[in-house]
Design a protein. Structure first.
Length: 522
């Protein structure tokens, strides 16, 4: 089992290295082609194919659903036969693909309700949105989310066209600031968590029109959106429309264009006169995406990550995409909970059956050694805990491998309500009790006893792993160059991230829920 985990970790690190260099992996933004009223891709001409895009991948093991867009040298979408493609998953042998069905699309219509657009542009955009809604097919769904000085979900996923159109009619550009990136983060969250959409409508898309500016402090940033899209990305289809073009707006739209292409979607710069036709082209483009299905019987149902890539015999390859392995009815972004004893036994037996005789003998020897070591560790742990007077010691010298977490600034629960605190709530098998710490300065976390929060039971935690500090009502989590990285809500961070209260901090194998308690809050 240790070998399997090691391989999964190696594949995950490879996938994250690809995801961390999107400018090299993805194609540059392109202008949308002329409108194709048919809403589908044209038959392929292999000699004219110049780009193969992997727009979205959804695992429903053993099935892997692949959504692909093939582009020719004119920028038009073309149709590819399933036998012209294969799917590479990590180091596994390439998998054959079969044609998938058209199960509909669940689209989030993300609308900028700030005054960055003129009233006439906004009204024109509303008309285009309503045309999009009226063109929804019976198996399509849409949700309406607005962003300005705050982000609001106006309508959750529905196929009720009248309800969606009425909600669009009620919109007006009234806000003075724009939380664009916070809107994108919440749109991604809605796309992944909504239970309203039927289970057979698995494809998702985010569509928005904006000038690309995000001018309100305290919200999510561009980096946080990229963090959300590093694994299991959801394509963003963006139209850039600016009421007052200039260098600042151009730079903002460049960031939006890069983000859209990195996510597997598209971007186009439009003008008020081309807005309506651009919406129609975008909808046609989304419907030109082809659905293929691969079967991966040896892909593990353990929510580990892997890198996927489409390939063709001619050598054309798609950009790589990192996804999590999940099975039917599983949520890839839900925290994994320990299974029952019978479930663990069944998984172990299935794995052993797949081994050769020599491998089984090797694992039997390994299991015997591990059992002896575990017994020794348990005995030591019991003696160690019995010798401690308090659950959390402030002693910095406990670095002898005991299974415990030291919080040096620990205070009694519910005390110091007149001061800002950080509540730490363990998840899974972490040996740390619910506790609170004063949170008026930066706190460091790591395996070294010199840290404010000392984790002594996790060999995957670095000596100085990460730091936490309160910032504008959020928790600023900063990775300190750790060996295995820092995660927030299961997503690896790059440098730092402004995490919401109640976010889950992941370091090594340890996960702790963080709750920011401002002064005066119990």
């Amino acid at each position: 089992m240790g070998v399997r985990w090691g391989l999964s970790l190696l594949l995950t690190l490879i996938g994250l290295s690809f995801a961390a260099t999107p400018s090299l992996a993805r194609a540059q933004p392109a202008v949308l082609p002329a409108l194709d009223r048919s809403g589908g891709a044209k038959p392929s001409d292999p000699d004219r194919l110049v780009e193969l895009r992997l727009t979205q991948v959804i695992t429903d093991l053993p099935a892997v659903h692949v959504y692909s867009l093939a582009i020719d040298d004119r920028g038009a979408a073309v149709s590819l036969p399933s036998d012209s493609l294969s799917l590479q998953i990590g180091a596994r042998r390439p998998l054959a693909l079969s044609r998938g069905g058209d199960d509909g699309i669940a689209t989030i219509l993300l609308v900028d309700v700030s005054r960055s657009l003129t009233s006439s542009q906004f009204e024109q955009g509303k008309g285009s949105l309503k045309a999009w809604i009226q063109d929804l097919r019976p198996n399509d769904f849409a949700a309406l989310v607005t962003f300005g000085s705050e982000v609001r979900t106006k309508v959750d996923f529905t196929n009720d066209k009248n309800r969606l159109s009425a909600a669009v009619d009620a919109l007006s550009p009234a806000d003075d600031t724009t939380l664009l990136y916070q809107g994108l983060v919440q749109a991604v969250t809605l796309a992944r968590s909504s239970k309203v959409v039927p289970s057979n409508t698995i494809r998702r898309a985010i569509v928005l029109v904006t000038d690309g500016l995000d001018d309100q402090a305290g919200g999510a940033g561009l980096g946080q959106v990229r963090d959300q899209l590093n694994v299991d990305p959801i394509p963003i289809y963006a139209l850039g429309l600016a009421a007052h073009p200039g260098k600042v707006v151009d730079a903002a739209l460049k960031n939006l264009a890069d983000l859209a292409v990195e996510s597997g979607g598209e971007y186009a710069r439009v003008t008020p006169s081309t807005l309506t036709s651009s919406y129609a082209r975008l909808q046609s483009r989304i419907r030109s995406v082809q659905h293929f299905i691969a079967t991966c019987p040896d892909c593990p149902h353990d929510r580990s990550s892997a890198v996927l890539q489409l390939t063709m015999p001619s050598g054309v390859r798609s950009s790589p995409v990192t996804v999590r392995f999940v099975g039917p009815a599983e949520d890839p972004h839900k925290k994994e909970e320990p299974g029952t004893l019978m479930e663990w036994a069944r998984l172990i037996l299935d794995y052993i059956k797949a081994l050769t005789v020599a491998a089984r003998l090797t694992y039997i020897i390994w299991a015997a050694v591990a059992a002896a070591g575990a017994t020794t560790a348990v005995v030591y742990y019991v003696r160690r805990r019995a010798a401690q007077h308090e659950p959390h010691s402030s002693t910095a010298g406990n670095n002898d491998g005991g299974v415990f977490v030291v919080i040096k600034t620990l205070i009694p629960l519910g005390s110091h309500r007149d001061r800002q605190r950080l509540r730490l709530d363990p998840l899974g098998r972490n040996d740390i009790e619910l506790g609170e710490s004063l949170f008026e300065r930066e706190l460091t976390l790591g395996r070294s006893p010199d840290n404010d929060i000392y984790i002594g039971n996790d060999g995957m935690v670095s000596g100085s792993h990460c730091s936490l500090v309160a910032r504008d009502g959020k928790i600023l989590v900063r990775d300190l160059g750790s060996r295995n990285g820092t995660r927030v809500n299961g997503v690896p961070i790059k440098g730092f991230i402004h995490a919401e209260s109640d976010s889950i901090l992941g370091v090594g194998r340890t996960e702790i829920r963080m709750r920011l308690l401002p002064a005066g809050v119990a």
